[in-house]
Every structure is written in C-alpha cells, then in structure tokens.
Ligand binder design. Sequence first.
Ligand SMILES: Nc1ncnc2c1ncn2[C@@H]1O[C@H](COP(=O)(O)OP(=O)(O)OP(=O)(O)O)[C@@H](O)[C@H]1O
Ligand SMILES: [Mg+2]
Length: 225
Amino acid sequence: MAQKKNSKPAIIILVTNQKGGSGKTATAMNLAAAIHDAQKRILLVDYDPQNTLLGWYGQADEDERIRIPYLNLAHPGIDISEELEQRQFDFDYIVIDGRPNLEISMSGLLLLSDLVLVPLQASLADLHSTQGIVKEIHLAQQARPDLRFSLVLTMVSNNRLLLQYTKDAIKELGYPLCKTQVARRECHPHAYALGQTIFDSRSATNRAAADEARKLAAEVVKLVS
Ligand SMILES: Nc1ncnc2c1ncn2[C@@H]1O[C@H](COP(=O)(O)OP(=O)(O)OP(=O)(O)O)[C@@H](O)[C@H]1O
Ligand SMILES: [Mg+2]
C-alpha cells in the first residue's frame, strides 16, 4: 500500500566536510538511525561516489540488512535536486552523505539543504580543513539566509587538552558547534563490518554510542525546527 504523503517537505540535512575520514558517513548513518529509531520517516542518501553507505548496507545478508530507506544518488549525471524534489513529501527527513570535495554540484546541494553538519576530529589541522566548506556555506547563506550549519566533534578521545584547544579555536572563528560530541568507540567500525547500525546491538558500548546519537539527533532536529 502506498504511504500517505506528508503535508510539509522533508527537512534536508547534508553531512559534509572536505577532509577525508572525518566521520561524515558514520555521522550520516548514526543520525539517520537515531531519527529512524524515533519512528520518523527518514531517507538516507548516498552522494559520495565512494559509496561507503552502499558497502555498509551490503555487509549483511539480505534478510538482516539495515532497514533505513537508502537511495544512491552518487552516479554521474544524476540531477540530485530533481531526485530529492520527487521524494520530498514521502519523508520527514532526508540525510545526505556528501562528497569530500567542493565541486559545483556540492554548492547546488547547499542551496537545497536546511542544515549542513560538518563532522571533524578534535584537531587544529582538521579545523583548518573545514574553512573551505564554511566559506561555501557562508556564500550559500547569501542566497538562502535560513540555511543553518554546525560543526560536530567526532571520534573524540580522552586528550582533553587537544579537545579544549580545538573548541577554543572554533569559538574564536565564531563557527557554531553542536554541544553533543561523539566519542571514539570501536563499536562504530564494528557496526560497519557487521552491516548493522549502532542501534542494532544492545552491548554496553553500543548503548552508549546510540544514546550519544540520539542526543545529537535531538540537537540537530531542534536546529531545524
Ligand atoms: N566515533 C567513532 N569512533 C571510532 N571510529 C569511528 C567513529 N566514527 C567513525 N569512525 C571510523 O573512522 C573511519 C572514518 O569514518 P567515516 O567513514 O565516517 O569518515 P568519512 O568522512 O565518511 O570518510 P571519507 O572521506 O572516506 O568519506 C571509519 O573506519 C569509521 O568506522
Ligand atoms: Mg564517507
């Protein structure tokens, strides 16, 4: 049976950062899993030609695969705005795993998004690498003043000094930063290896990671409500 259409278009959350390995895909998946767990209609879109999300889903057998609706829009020649427009009333949220470069299609995507989430590790070098995307976001905000963005610290270890340096530098730059930070936990790469989300196992470390993902999702949803 066809699902009822929403009266409002989906809120589009783009997860991106030029820096490779900064936690984009894990953030997109965990955010989608937390929103899905809260019984909201969510579509997870893969816009990265590396197709890490596709690989993630494919790690498990068909009957044990992640149930979050997934759409691969990373093929060349795809008109992403048309594809999103067609589905915008079928979901409450669309979370996009963006590509790690600032090509023209990414600036177009910024204009379609309601919120850009920029995950980064607690390192000054990684913070400097976000300046390109933040510049693009500021440009996009001239055309779309209601476009929101926020950095989110991820893979946070117990190096408190480095964490504090990074937070201070973010504050100095005036960039918004999510209060919730995501700790470095082995359950994240494990979830990928098993083709599961961190919500699919009840181990203590998974529960802690899932609680963090719920907190981040609540914060992010508040930013765009
Ligand atoms: N909180 C975390 N704790 C531990 N490992 C993590 C965490 N988040 C992500 N990882 C791992 O770090 C690696 C890089 O993360 P991820 O693939 O999400 O980054 P990315 O920015 O999408 O990379 P790429 O630029 O290649 O697309 C992966 O092996 C992932 O499982
Ligand atoms: Mg990725």
